[in-house]
Design a protein. Structure first.
Length: 158
């Protein structure tokens, strides 16, 4: 299998240009915010009605969905894959391990825009909302990510 020629900047530009409402979550969001973590994949939470346009934007990078839009809506998630991997959450809400119900729409309304490169933007949840998304699984690395996000929030408040 030949490796794809995945271009992160071009991918974010395609997502932005598609009109899909997609929030970058997970560790890649922390990387974009300048935090010192490593990750090899991407995690997005997209509006449930934007599956087709998000997939269309990804198709030009030879990324293939693991589920049809209807299957993704039923399960609440799917992935886009080739030698890159993008986990895609499509639920209207998620119940975190802490019991908190986190809804996509309020997170989208409070999103922050991050410039990836000149003329290319990505959307990530606010720091407080990104902390909420890290409570979905509460793995040890999520706890460390929450600690880093709280430090970043504290620095920005100064």
């Amino acid at each position: 299998m030949r490796a794809s020629e995945f271009d992160e900047v071009a991918f974010f530009k395609a997502v932005e240009g598609s009109g899909a409402r997609g929030l970058l979550i997970g560790r890649r969001a922390l990387v974009i915010l300048g935090l010192p973590v490593m990750t090899a994949d991407y995690d997005f939470w997209i509006a449930i009605e934007d599956i087709a346009v998000f997939n269309e934007a990804a198709a030009s990078f030879d990324l293939h969905p693991t589920k049809s839009p209807d299957e993704a809506r039923r399960s609440g998630r799917y992935a886009l894959e080739n030698d890159e991997h993008i986990d895609v959450l499509v639920a209207r809400s998620v119940t975190a391990r802490t019991g908190e119900v986190v809804e996509f729409e309020p997170l989208w309304e409070r999103r922050q825009t991050v410039t990836i490169a000149e003329g290319v933007r990505a959307w990530v949840p606010s720091i407080d909302d990104l902390i909420l998304t890290k409570r979905f699984a509460l793995r040890p690395r999520d706890l460390e990510d929450i600690r880093l996000l709280e430090m970043l929030r504290s620095q920005r408040a100064e």
